[in-house]
Design a protein around this ligand. Structure first.
Ligand code: OAD
Length: 248
């Protein structure tokens, strides 16, 4: 394990253009449940019933209640943990340039990362399904579900549901920063949802060193990633940052 931390430190210390791809696992230590695995949302709910665009159109009140309101309450109480803070520190050290996140919780920005691509959108904003107006979620009256826009249209999270396209700018920018990165950190993602899971493949094809941080192997492990550091994002990032700072 120690030698893997040292390997990561060595690659990051030499990097000019590191990029991170993150998933729900990095926010678990902030109290936000993941999607898959123990305690995951998809253990309790069928994603096709609450996270598919057809489900939202069919029963927006139900989707709002389960996915948006309850999850949003948890997100509102959450603060960045050592995993997020470690990535923000990596940016301050001039190593990490961009975070591509599948998370909709805004914790990378709160930790201090300044270039965060929200690959699956955000829960911080709502969009009217009729007039397309965007409204900050904190300004939405959710006492009656589903909340509505002034034009009477239903408000929906400005996030990607299954069956929807990735916001084109997020996709293009992710592909662009990935194609020119020299190190990619893949933190806390099961790497099973496309096209996010193809970013490490793109990085590898472009010649980057791909380092995975996860308590469990994923389909990328041993195939795409150069190595996996097994463990929780917070503890591993603390050790990597200590290693980097000791060198300066
Ligand atoms: P998942 O819930 O699929 O995977 C979470 C990953 O985090 C797993 O690989 C865990 O092993 C790992 N993990 C658990 N604890 C961890 C910790 N303390 N530190 C680091 N890693 C830890 O989450 P995502 O990969 O983000 O999309 O899921 C991808 C997409 O599937 C989501 O963005 C969402 C979902 O359906 C949409 O809703 C469109």
């Amino acid at each position: 394990m120690d030698h893997l931390i040292q390997r990561a430190v060595k690659h990051l210390a030499a990097a000019q253009n590191a990029v991170a791809l993150t998933g729900a696992g990095i926010s678990i230590e902030s109290g936000i449940p993941p999607f898959r695995g123990k305690g995951g949302l998809w253990e309790k709910f069928d994603p096709m019933e609450i996270a598919h665009i057809d489900a939202l159109i069919r029963d927006p009140a139900r989707v709002w209640k389960i996915l948006v309101k309850d999850l949003k309450d948890i997100i509102d109480r959450a603060a960045p943990n050592d995993g997020h803070k470690g990535l923000a520190r990596l940016e301050k050290l001039g190593i990490l340039k961009t975070v591509i996140t599948q998370n909709i919780d805004g914790l990378h920005q709160m930790a201090g990362n300044t270039d965060v691509i929200e690959f699956h959108g955000t829960f911080a904003w709502q969009r009217c399904m009729k007039c397309d107006r965007r409204i900050e979620t904190r300004k939405v009256d959710a006492s009656v579900l589903p909340p509505r826009c002034g034009c009477s249209g239903i408000l929906r999270p400005d996030a990607v549901f299954f069956g929807e396209m990735i916001p084109p700018v997020a996709l293009w920018r992710s592909q662009e920063v990935t194609a020119r990165c020299d190190v990619m950190l893949v933190v806390g993602t099961s790497a099973v949802v496309q096209p996010a899971a193809s970013m490490p493949i793109l990085a590898k094809q472009a010649g980057a060193v791909v380092i995975e941080i996860n308590p469990e192997p994923t389909p990328l492990t041993g195939v795409v990633c150069d190595f996996l550091i097994l463990g929780d994002a917070g503890a591993i990032m603390n050790r990597i940052i200590s290693g980097l700072e000791a060198q300066r």
